[in-house]
Design a protein around this ligand. Sequence first.
Ligand SMILES: Cc1cc2nc3c(=O)[nH]c(=O)nc-3n(C[C@H](O)[C@H](O)[C@H](O)COP(=O)(O)OP(=O)(O)OC[C@H]3O[C@@H](n4cnc5c(N)ncnc54)[C@H](O)[C@@H]3O)c2cc1C
Length: 385
Amino acid sequence: MPGRRSPWMDQDLDDFRDLARTFCEKEITPNVDRFIANKEVDRDLWNKAGDVGLLCCSIPEEYGGGGGTFAHEAILIEEQARALDTSWGVSLHNGIVAHYILAYGTEEQKHEWLPKLASGECVGAIAMTEPGTGSDLQSVKTKAIREGDEYVINGSKIFITNGRQADLVITVAKTNPEEAAAGISLILVPTSTPGFSRGKHLDKVGMKGQDTAELIYEDVRVPVSNLLGTEEGQGFIQLMQQLPQERLIVAVANVAAMELSLDLTLQYVHEREAFGRPIWGFQNTKFKLAEVATEARVARSFVDECIALHLEGKLDIPTVAMAKLWCSERAQKVADKCLQLFGGYGYMNEYPIARIWADLRVSQIYAGTSEIMKEIISRSLPAPS
Ligand SMILES: Cc1cc2nc3c(=O)[nH]c(=O)nc-3n(C[C@H](O)[C@H](O)[C@H](O)COP(=O)(O)OP(=O)(O)OC[C@H]3O[C@@H](n4cnc5c(N)ncnc54)[C@H](O)[C@@H]3O)c2cc1C
């Protein structure tokens, strides 16, 4: 909201916002159309971001990161949104992939991979979803069967963000296919490993510049030391522990999209005229934008509270599910109301509101669908005493 500053901001974060904004204005805004045409960002965007300290900003400095917190990640997400970009899969690389390694990696794994993720030498991805299963993660079919000192991985993954550019894929696989959740492990798979291959870029409704791909594993052999965690079978618990941050990332991006939609629409309705007056002059426009401003403000307050809780390590799973559910569904409605006020121009891809509207749709699907969020929330509701 204009003039409103999140309570978790401080001077260090203001400086970081300046850095992120300058980077996005220079390296992203002028290039977004090319990213969309290529269905991926330029590979050297990662290296440039690493050079200025925007990668792994919430990873400790001893592993090459910026030594910041989730607040730094939130700012980068907001500034990327402000630059009208959804192509760069940095929030997944920074806020998800690097954090699995930080949380569960051995010292050797952390020293091997985190500095490379922080410099941009290495791009990260995480592969859970398969052609046959997404929401029901316990049913993954990809297998990692131990043979001596190696895991032999076979299977396929779909809809994987950063899939084509990734150098390292955290792969969700069954080390014990006889078990459901208890059979799941996370395994670090360098994409240079023989037997690993990728399908083409997937053609999406929105987020057209984001690299989203299918991954194929055919007798991919990695050392057993690539297991993430101290023993096999911990993968499902690790996923459940890390998914809240992933869901908060989505909610932060949704709020940024709501605020941007409001700003863009306010500007447009004051410039565009119909029946001899600006579109703003119609009561319907004022009322719709009053609704949008209220929805954006409520979402901002809730997400600010969630960020503050997360910074204290107190954000619980049902609360973040509420944030993801509410912000993703509300953002879609906000973008839809705003698009309508642009008339036919709102349906043209060259108008940012059209892209925001199309890009937002997936927020109700990835990182756990709205229906799965409702499952999680409903399980937390108390039974009557
Ligand atoms: C652009 C994009 C990027 C993505 N990035 C990644 C990534 O980087 N890594 C990754 O692993 N995955 C990624 N995904 C996959 C995403 O997480 C899954 O698509 C999502 O979890 C849903 O799984 P599914 O597509 O198999 O749908 P399904 O699980 O088949 O669901 C189909 C429908 O059934 C509903 N449903 C399922 N179970 C229940 C239930 N118990 N109760 C009520 N309704 C239910 C769902 O809500 C949905 O409406 C991405 C997807 C997209 C589109």
